[in-house]
Structure formats: structure tokens, C-alpha cells
Design a binder for this molecule. Sequence first.
Ligand code: ADP
Ligand code: MG
Length: 343
Amino acid sequence: MPSIRLLTPRLANQIAAGEVVERPASVVKELVENALDAGARRVDIEVEQGGVKLIRVRDDGMGIDETDLPLALSRHATSKIENLEDLEAVASLGFRGEALASISSVSRLALTSRTERQEAASKVEVEGRDMDASISPAAHPVGTTVEVRDLFFNTPARRKFLRTEKTEFNHVEECIRRQALSRFDTGFTLRHNQRVVQSLRPAENPLDRERRIGSLCGQQFIDNAVVIDAEATGLKLWGWVALPTFSRSQADLQYFFVNGRVIRDRLVAHAVRQAYRDVLYNNRHPAFVLYLEVDPANVDVNVHPTKHEVRFRDGRLVHDFIFRTLHKALADVRPDDHLKGAV
Ligand code: ADP
Ligand code: MG
């Protein structure tokens, strides 16, 4: 048996990257989450060749102080939590302090940032190396731009799993759709190979919100949706659910957010399915965009590195609340609403 050795930081990061960086869309997800955590009101996303050649995310958030720049790219370095209590009530999208370290270990990464306090911006660059970053002065308004080039250039085994440019871009687009659905108060633009694919202004009022839903999920959906708005002790559920007449053959228009984070959860899926049980044929799928707000202390988001799963402290309560709310909303739909929704 060979003797035990510590992994180099680079290899440790590359192993960790295996969990969070599956494809270009995973990079986009992490970078946009960082922009949102920084309080951005506007996020511009540019990708080339499905994101394999280039991903650039620019925000007008609070920026990173020059002295913090090298740390931002280190593993287990975060400004978002300090102790276990913070973790148990975490409200930010990030907290693991791993994304930038992981991404920079499998790509050529440059981060340019400026805070309000600084007169000039600074740029830090790494190239899948042992995390020894080089810092130089740069020009940039308050906020941050992260550029990720040549994803997986140094990990050919991972690169082999990438699909066509179109497929990879579809994943990027789906990722932006989720983010744009989760933050109505933020403007987003998405460009692919220099072409504007999505351009969304901040949606400040209910009409703007429905317009955004329309452009992200289709006008048909919003025209056939029932508005949900319910509250119970410690829980709030709002959003839009499609009339049973607007059901789909695939479960492809189902978005469920918990405290602004899109999640997949068996309990939630079951509650929704039950609510539609009597009004939907077996092989049809409901369409919905729903937002659940829970006290962060009552939901654990630290279940999986990609944070697509959560654990509720009182799952039964959450399940019954979702079921009752949707069941009632669907039962309350007047017959002429049904006719209007028939497509
Ligand atoms: P996490 O988001 O879990 O903290 P990341 O590796 O994604 O870990 O980011 C590390 C740190 O870098 C963050 O905690 C934050 O302080 C800083 N950071 C990253 N991206 C941005 C950004 N767009 N704006 C401001 N700060 C950022
Ligand atoms: Mg992050």
C-alpha cells in the first residue's frame, strides 16, 4: 500500500468541482447566485458556444474588496456565514464557499470587481492552477464581472460528457429562467453568441410580474393560471397554477421555490399531485410556478452541494398546507373560468 498523502489544493478543488460543476449551466447558476447574494438589481449573462468557450456574468452588486479578492477564490471561504447558527438560518443562496474555487480549478477564470469604497477595480485571474492568483488593477463600475473560459480544458474526462452546443445552451437558458422567476426585482439579460436571447426588466408590480411569467413560461400559461396567495402560521404560498384544462403531457412547466431557491422535493410534488388528483387525467401533468416562504430556521438547505433539495422541519405541516391551498383554489374555479381555459 502506498503511504497516505494530502491532496493538493488543486486536486481537492477538482474533486469538489465534480459535485457542483457538471456543465456550463452549473457555472451560470453559481455565478448568478453570487450576483443575487451581492444585492444586484441587474445581471447580464453572456455565453459563447453553449458556455463551453465563455461564460461572463456581470452584476451591479456590492462588489468585493480588493483585500478579499484572493480569498474569494479559495475553498471554504465565504462572507455569508460565520458559525453554525448562521448556517441554520441561512438566507443567502450561497454559503459553502466552494463555487469559485471549484469553477476556477476546471477553467480559466477572471474576476473583476469594485466596491463603492474603491476608486479603481481589481482583477484576479487563475488558470486551473494551484490557486495562486495574480491581481492587477482594472476598470469596472461598482459590481462584479466573472469570466469563465474553456470549461474543463484541463479535465478531458469531464469535457467528454458535454453535449452539443444547443443542448448545453438549453440548460443555461433553463437555469436563467429559474433565476428570473425567483427574483422579480432584478433585471436579467442573456446573450448567446452575441445574440440577445432574453431581456427582462425588473418587474415591480403585479402586471409586470405576470408579463415576466408570460415571457418565461409562455403567455398561454399565464392566461390559464389561477393566482395563489395563502398564508398559515409561519408559512406563505403564492404564485400561479394552471387550470386543469391547461395540463401538459410532460412535467416540464413545474417550478417550486422555497425561500427563493428552486427545489425538487418528493413531499411537495406529492402535495401538488394530490391537489390535482380529481381534476386531471392520470397521464397529464399540472403546470405551476409556486413560491413557498418559510422561516429559514424551519428548513435545512444544506442537504446537497447543488442545494436542489431541502429538508423541512415539519414536513407534514408543509405538505398539508400546500395540498389544502391548491385543492381549494382549484375547487373554487368557476365553470366559465374552465371554459376560458380550454385549449
Ligand atoms: P459562497 O457563495 O458559498 O460564499 P463562492 O465561492 O460562490 O461561495 O463565493 C465566495 C465569496 O466571494 C462569496 O462569499 C462572496 O463574498 C464573494 N463573491 C463571489 N461572487 C461575488 C459577486 N458577484 N459579488 C460580490 N461578492 C462575490
Ligand atoms: Mg456562491
